[in-house]
Design a binder for this molecule. Structure first.
Ligand code: AMP
Length: 186
């Protein structure tokens, strides 16, 4: 199964991504994780993305698209994949369509996890405190990331609805309950 999951930061995408990946036996690919690992390693990629990630703004599309195109070419994606955190805007969504077309693949579904904006903000600020995530460290950056989501990512609902791929799932409640809703629409 070839899947995309999106939703505001703090909606529980990471948790659900892991559960989907286990149930369907597909790798969960998070661009945020790829960037954070690269920063921690101090690799070239890490140096290119650090300032953007720490400021809570999007990494430039060209770079992000290159990273994901390469990752989707890896052997473990041949039986399917779940993309968590990509695409983040229309340009990335169109690039993904092209990448998949070139590989004679199609998306099976785009899951959007819906939670109210204030819930997402509370969860994100809480996560910053417990995990000490650098890009979460300032509430300003958190707010900026959420604003970016509503301006650039949420409109992807339209892109995927037009293609009959959108699956909107209520993200409120216990992780197992949310997962049951996702499994029901796949
Ligand atoms: P995330 O863990 O998905 O919230 O991603 C953390 C940070 O990585 C984001 O705030 C962005 O700076 C960067 N990032 C992750 N995915 C993307 C993407 N698809 N496009 C641009 N930047 C991204």
């Amino acid at each position: 199964m070839n899947l995309v999951i999106f939703g505001p930061q703090g909606a529980g995408k990471g948790t659900q991504g892991k559960m989907i990946s286990e149930k369907y036996g597909i790798p969960s690919i998070s661009t945020g994780d790829i960037f954070r690992w690269a920063i921690a390693e101090g690799s070239d990629l890490g140096n290119q993305v650090r300032d953007h990630v720490e400021a809570g703004e999007l990494v430039p599309d060209d770079l992000t698209i290159r990273v994901i195109a390469e990752r989707l070419g890896a052997e473990d994606c041949s039986g399917g994949f779940l993309l968590d955190g990509f695409p983040r805007n229309l340009r990335q969504a169109e690039a993904l369509d092209e990448i998949l077309k070139a590989r004679h693949k199609d998306l099976d579904a785009a899951i959007v996890l819906e939670v109210p904006q204030d819930v997402a903000l509370d969860r994100l600020v809480g996560r910053a405190k417990t995990e000490g995530r650098k890009d979460d460290a300032h509430e300003d950056a958190v707010r900026r990331r959420l604003e970016t989501y509503y301006q650039q990512t949420e409109p992807l609902k339209h892109h995927y609805a037009e293609r009959g791929l959108l699956r909107a799932v209520d993200g409120l409640g216990a992780p197992d309950d949310v997962f049951a809703r996702i499994a029901a629409v796949l």
